[in-house]
Design a protein around this ligand. Structure first.
Ligand SMILES: O=c1[nH]cnc2c1ncn2[C@@H]1O[C@H](CO)[C@@H](O)[C@H]1O
Ligand SMILES: [Zn+2]
Length: 381
């Protein structure tokens, strides 16, 4: 009888393992059936499919184009049906519920308030509707025996010019459900330094932010996000691989930027499936996460857009387990990395790690002991 700790976890263990999600878009995670319901209710007639399964498939295929710009076009449909308080509340509640059902214990979910004003809501009304939805989802999860905490990140769109306004909004709601700020949207042509005023404002307020960088565009974008804008984390950051050289004998040389990212423990919000769809990686096995994990970068695993990628935290881990033979110890390492990098206060992060994450993995890792004795007593009896 040997320890099973070094065997790949089963799909069921992966689902039950406590997971932490730092990079998930609210408008990229709707249930297809909900989109159809909301479209009917609001008279939105431009949905490409009217049946949930077909619509889910449509999103996955449309997002699978190899280009970030085309990938982002699919959000027109989700944002279109997220324009009222009720719709935002429902989508946020279902998001928390779905994540909790998947074993996520802590999540930071982002969205761009400026994309939800078409039916006359104010920015404040958008934030409050989403916050209330998250609280409702946390309650429903509890009723179903799951525990989850969800914080919101407010995103500003990088092609627009409202970043300072959204940063101020994030700051106003910082002790009321919003834990930080982000910028997203097409990367090429819209460097993060366009929004320097927003980042400088947040730094003066001692607030936290992450920046989508190093996804569709390479090292200059990562360098700007860190050294000009002062990002706490990198949304994706996967192109940091361009600054890492692996020689034929296996020796590794980090460039100055990659060394800085590793030395300063800059969290990388890696999203494998999303990267495959936008062309940032060719396959799971070739995804830079394998090397970044080996080199002890502060790598985390994330979903990005569960709807567009047809994924979940469990699925991302299943795919990584398949590609890299990861064990529960590896999963725990990614999860602790993520929790360390969250935007909630240090004492809460520590308590999550020590009282939720580590005991959760210890329980899973010790299961084999009890399974074996069950088998033995069966065979004896
Ligand atoms: O991977 C991504 N890279 C850049 N922008 C993204 C990504 N996923 C979603 N969005 C953008 O973020 C907005 C707010 O949630 C979405 O509407 C989408 O346009
Ligand atoms: Zn993203």
């Amino acid at each position: 009888m040997t320890s099973q700790t070094h065997r790949p976890p089963t799909a069921d263990q992966i689902r039950r393992a406590p997971k932490v999600l730092l990079h998930d878009h609210l408008d990229g995670g709707l249930r297809p059936g909900t989109i159809i319901d909301l479209a009917r209710g609001s008279g939105y007639e431009a949905l490409p499919e009217q049946e949930a399964d077909k619509l889910g498939l449509w999103f996955r295929e449309a997002a699978d184009s190899g280009s970030l710009e085309r990938y982002l076009e699919t959000f027109a449909h989700t944002c279109a049906v997220m324009q009222t308080r009720e719709a935002l509340h429902r989508v946020a509640a279902e998001c928390a519920e779905d994540l909790a059902g998947d074993g996520v214990v802590y999540a930071e979910v982002r969205y761009a308030p400026e994309q939800h004003l078409e039916a006359g809501l104010t920015l404040e009304e958008v934030v409050e509707a989403v916050n209330e939805g998250f609280r409702e989802g946390e309650r429903r999860a509890r009723e179903n025996g799951h525990r989850i905490r969800v914080g919101a990140l407010l995103t500003a769109m990088r092609h627009a010019a409202r970043a300072l306004e959204i940063a101020e909004l994030a700051n106003r709601y910082r002790d009321a459900g919003v834990v930080g700020f982000d910028i997203a949207g097409a990367e090429a042509g819209f460097p993060p330094t366009r929004h320097l005023d927003a980042f400088e404002y947040l730094k003066r307020e001692n607030n936290h932010f992450t920046i989508h960088a190093g996804e569709a565009f390479g090292l200059p974008s990562i360098w700007q996000a860190l050294q000009w804008c002062g990002a706490d984390r990198l949304g994706h950051g996967v192109r940091i691989i361009d600054d890492i050289e692996v020689a034929e004998d296996g020796s590794v040389r980090l460039g100055r930027l990659a060394a800085y990212v590793r030395d300063k423990r800059v969290p990388l919000e890696l999203c494998p499936s999303s990267n495959l769809q936008t062309g940032a990686a060719a396959s799971y096995a070739e995804h830079p996460i394998g090397l970044l994990r080996k080199l002890h970068f502060r790598a985390t695993v994330n979903t990005d857009n569960r709807l567009m990628s047809g994924t979940s935290m469990s699925r991302e881990f299943e795919l990584l387990v398949e590609a890299f033979a990861y064990t529960l110890d590896d999963m725990q390492w990614f999860t602790v990395n993520a929790m360390k990098s969250a935007f909630i206060p240090f004492d809460e992060r520590l308590a999550m790690i020590n009282d939720v994450i580590k005991p959760g993995y210890a329980e899973l890792k010790s299961e084999w002991l009890f399974k074996q004795s069950a088998v033995t007593s069966e065979s004896v009896g």
